[in-house]
Design a protein around this ligand. Structure first.
Ligand code: PGA
Length: 250
């Protein structure tokens, strides 16, 4: 049975009080697509205000620290996210793997901490352009997957994997449909090896330059269970056609 599609927006470092109206518009328009799970991952400082503005709509964080609390200046714990009203968080986004030099082991610890606190997790993996051009994309992404997903299969339903080729993020470029299909199939197989039958419950999202014009064909690919959307999630007029495409794909 196909999994319910999840379309999550990643607002990155965008969003202040005056953008709450846009979040409200997205939340209200999403009610027309009850078959799709829709979420917005906003800057940590905006989470609580967003949650108050759109009760019942899924608001998430973009990162979480693996420790429960302590001397970690500037960081946000899973308990803090939950306290602010978040229901999910992204971990391991390539922008953090790169700029904050996050390792697979650290990302695994973050995912574990978030799941333990009751947050759903979107864990990102993806290859660079040079790796893709060398022909090592699948192998590289699978080894990232192996090293960064949490061990406990009981957490499978709360976990989503976002396959995001680094070179496709914010670039307007996307892999071919065949390349997306090959990667999602490989990820599904590896999840099932690791989690047994539970691997089928993990949603595999595609991310990287998803927009209204390409969402339909991407959602039609087997084992694409939704999308992680950056730039096109900032405005309801761009984001809602992507949600509508997910709803049509069923
Ligand atoms: P993009 O970003 O949709 O702007 O390419 C996706 C992401 O970074 O999650």
């Amino acid at each position: 049975m196909p999994l319910r599609k999840l379309v999550a927006g990643n607002w990155k470092m965008h969003g202040v009080s005056s953008d709450l109206a846009e979040i409200a518009q997205i939340a209200s328009a999403s009610r027309e697509y009850p078959q799709v799970d829709v979420a917005l991952c906003v800057p940590a400082i905006l989470i609580e205000r967003a949650v108050r503005a759109v009760p019942g709509f899924s608001i998430g964080g973009q990162d979480v620290h693996h420790a429960e609390k302590g001397a970690h200046t500037g960081c946000t714990s899973a308990r803090m996210l939950v306290d602010a009203g978040a229901v999910l968080t992204i971990v391991g986004h390539s922008e953090r793997r790169d700029a904050q030099r996050e390792s697979n082991a650290e990302i695994q610890a973050k995912a574990h901490a978030a799941l333990q606190s009751g947050l759903n997790v979107i864990l990102c993996i993806g290859e660079s352009l040079s790796v893709r051009e060398r022909g090592d994309a699948v192998e590289t992404v699978l080894s990232q997957l192996e090293a960064s997903i949490p061990d406990e299969p009981s957490e499978a339903a709360e976990l989503a994997i976002a396959y995001e080729p680094i070179w496709a993020i914010g670039s307007g470029k996307t892999p071919t449909i065949d390349e997306i299909a090959e990667m999602h199939d490989a990820i599904r197989n590896r999840l099932n090896q690791r989690y047994g039958g539970e691997g089928d419950r993990v949603r595999i999202l595609y991310g990287g330059s998803v927009k209204p014009s390409n969402a339909g064909e991407i959602f039609a690919v087997a084992d694409v269970d939704g999308a992680l959307v950056g730039g096109a999630s900032l405005k309801a007029e761009d984001f809602m056609p992507i949600v509508a495409a997910a709803s049509r794909a069923g």
